[in-house]
Design a protein. Structure first.
Length: 266
């Protein structure tokens, strides 16, 4: 799948990736191998998911050259510079890799200015091709910019039809940070898979609610990382490139925005 976005340091990142949040480590290797087999070339994991090792095993077992797979992980529980240095090496060891394509701070806790400084130094040392953040909303994002030497390449935040993050999307674009969605299908919350607006639009194209919701984000330039443990759903979540939503359809979906989290985390 050659469909990428150029990050602010010219690294190419696939616009559709595969997320492994809440996938048990016992089946993660199989799921990632399935995802790679149907064309995914971007994988998103995190230290707190407990499945980095399985992701790394799947990448190695796939036979696909490492440089053709974009691997993201996220730091968890760091307090400052020194433990971040150790944490980065721990992830590389768990994944069995010499470098990461993208490393994110998982949330704005601890001394995230110092955590990010350690990431900047690891980037300079060649361990990280790109660095960024996750769950940084306006206050924490602006605060980080005050001390960052490298503008975050990506901010991964809860984004779906019910929480569209319009203000953050504009803010990130103004500073050259790519907007990436976690939970692009809202984890099925608020009746996502039964939503009549998505269903009516999908019927016009022979597409599911999931595909319409993903296309809505994709069409705005938002990177998406849908998750499924089922091969057919993995294929379905990628199959959003053969139709385009009209301005009227986009407007109807924009009207679904509740401007609040479905999970109450951030």
């Amino acid at each position: 799948m050659e469909n990428t976005v150029r990050l602010n340091n010219s690294v190419e990142m696939p616009r559709i990736g595969y997320g492994v949040y809440q996938i048990p480590s016992s089946i993660t290797e199989r799921c990632v191998r399935d995802a790679l087999s149907v064309g995914y070339r971007s994988l998103d994991t995190a230290q707190c998911y407990g499945n980095e090792h399985a992701v790394g095993k799947a990448v190695k077992a796939s036979g696909i050259p490492r440089e053709e797979i974009f691997v993201t992980t996220k730091l968890w529980g760091g307090r400052g510079y020194k433990d971040t240095v150790v944490s980065i090496d721990d992830s590389l060891t768990a994944l069995g890799m010499d470098y990461l394509d993208l490393l994110l701070i998982h949330e704005p806790t601890g001394d995230f200015h110092e955590i990010y400084r350690a990431m900047e130094d690891a980037h300079k040392a060649g361990k990280l091709r790109a660095i960024g953040v996750a769950n940084f909303l306006e206050k924490s994002y602006r605060s980080l910019l005050e001390t960052a030497r490298i503008v975050p390449a990506v901010d991964q935040i809860e984004t779906h039809v019910f929480r569209q993050q319009k203000a953050m999307k504009t803010l990130l674009a103004d500073h050259g940070t790519i907007h990436e969605s976690w939970s692009p299908l809202a984890c099925g919350q608020n009746g996502f898979f039964r939503n009549p607006v998505l269903k009516e639009i999908g019927n016009r194209y022979g597409k599911s609610n999931a595909q319409v919701g993903l296309r809505f984000l994709y069409q705005q330039g938002i990177v998406i990382i849908p998750k499924s443990t089922h091969l057919e759903r993995m294929k379905e979540n990628m199959d959003i490139l053969d139709f385009e939503l009209t301005q009227e359809e986009m407007a109807r979906i924009k009207a679904l925005d509740l401007d609040r989290s479905m999970f109450g985390w951030w």
